[in-house]
Structure formats: structure tokens, C-alpha cells
Design a protein around this ligand. Sequence first.
Ligand code: ADP
Ligand code: MG
Length: 264
Amino acid sequence: MRTENKHIRMLNPVRTFVSNLDDTGLMCGYRCCMEHDQALISMQRLMLRYPTGKTALSGVTLDILQGQFVYLVGESGAGKSSLLRMFYGGVRPTSGILNVQNTDMRTASEVRVRELRRHTGIIFQDHRLLNSRTVFENVALPLRVHGWKTKRLIPRVRKVLAYVGLADRLWSYPEALSGGEQQRVAIARAMTSNPPVILADEPTGNLDIDTARRVLDYLMILNRHGTTVIMATHDLHLLDSHPGRVVQLHAGTLSSHETNNAPA
Ligand SMILES: Nc1ncnc2c1ncn2[C@@H]1O[C@H](COP(=O)(O)OP(=O)(O)O)[C@@H](O)[C@H]1O
Ligand SMILES: [Mg+2]
């Protein structure tokens, strides 16, 4: 179901060859064919109730189109993290419809959910780095899952870590890093395999303003080349410099007012 879509401008071309098109030199390979107005994620009367009895989301009807840059905003407890969690199958809907990349998330098998996650970059609010692995190995993990051999992935991991300002921390363990540095490792890990969709839960929460802007810059570059980005955030000031579709949640429901401050 589409409601507000006629007001939403697509931020990226339909099909893009993304080999070194960006000035970071980080992007590589073909991004599959993307069609305008195709819903990547589709929700109808979506409801989530946790086993505790808490209803985190109710009556959410929304389409997120391929290639959009979407900010999820709303007060703490509004349901932003819960919604992102449902998008990668971390929790299943209690009722209503949720389709993610043509998968019915009410009935999807665990195998299908794992497959979806392989094609999703996830930046968790609490990082979720592997403390027994080096920074390098944490960031290399998505590439290893995709079958990249060590020799091939080394330059890629170095480049991504250099981009987030951690070129000198490759062989450190996460516990030796500050909270902000750990967050940047988590961001690098989500970016490293250039996935078609990135889900980011408060990714700039622990970062200084310059680093936060830089992270947003890169997410925007990825978006311009076709990556759908969905980001929960409190940092509303970033929206002035980094425009996108703004979806507002309040106490588990969608605010009827939606804005889009994307440039023409
Ligand atoms: N695992 C959980 N079990 C029970 N309640 C939860 C769980 N996670 C979140 N909640 C509750 O669901 C509501 C929405 O939380 P959340 O999605 O984390 O909001 P936000 O990310 O917007 O701060 C809150 O009332 C929160 O306490
Ligand atoms: Mg949250």
C-alpha cells in the first residue's frame, strides 16, 4: 500500500554501475537492477507484541522503496529498534503483514532469514562486535560469509577501515577501543560487502559531530549508488545536512505527518 509516495523523490538512478564512481574508491561491482517504486519492505497493519506483553508497534502501514534513504525518528521507546529488528527477522510480527525483499516475514524459514541477513548490512546500537577477534577479522566477516579469500579481502577491509579513520587499529581487539571507535568498526563491518540494504540503529549516537557527518556522507554515497538505507536516529541536526525521507514513530504507531527534505 502506498500513501505518501508521490511526494517522495528517488535519490538514485534505476541501474548503476558502481565501479569506483564514488570518490572514496570503496564501491565495486554491479548493483542489481533496481526499479523505481518497487517496495523493498512493505508493511500493513503491522503489530509487534513482546512476550512480556508490551506492544512495541501497532497499526504500522508503510512501504519503503528500493533506493530510499529513510530516517526513523521518534522518542526513546517509540519502537524504532523494534521495527528495524523485524526487518532482519530478529523478531517476527505478532500480526499484520511484513514483506522484506519479497519474503513474508511471518512465515519465512530460518534458512531464508539467514539468507536475507547475508544481504543486509546491520549496524546495531550496541555494536555487537566479536571481542575475541581483531578489528580486521570483525570487518572481514561479511566478506568471508560471501566466500572471499583472505588475499582478496585484505585491501577491501583496509580501505573501509581507513575510511572510518581506523587504519591504524586493524590488529586491535574491540575491548581496546573506545565506544566511538567500536561504533566505527561496526559501521565498517556493515559497509564492507556493499549490501543492497543497510539497517542502522542510532549509528552516530556515540560519535563526535565530524565523524558522524562523515559516516552519513558515506551512507549517502552508498545510497546514491542504489543502497537502501534505513536509519533510526536521535541526531535530528544531521537531517539538515543529510536529507532523506523522515518517518516518525510515536508510542509504536506511525505519525501521519511524514516529511521528505531530499533535494530536488
Ligand atoms: N526485548 C524486548 N522485550 C520487551 N519489551 C521490549 C523489548 N525491546 C523493546 N521493548 C519495549 O518496546 C518498546 C519499543 O522499544 P524500542 O523499539 O527499543 O524503541 P526505540 O528504539 O524507539 O527506543 C519500549 O517500550 C521497550 O521497552
Ligand atoms: Mg532504539
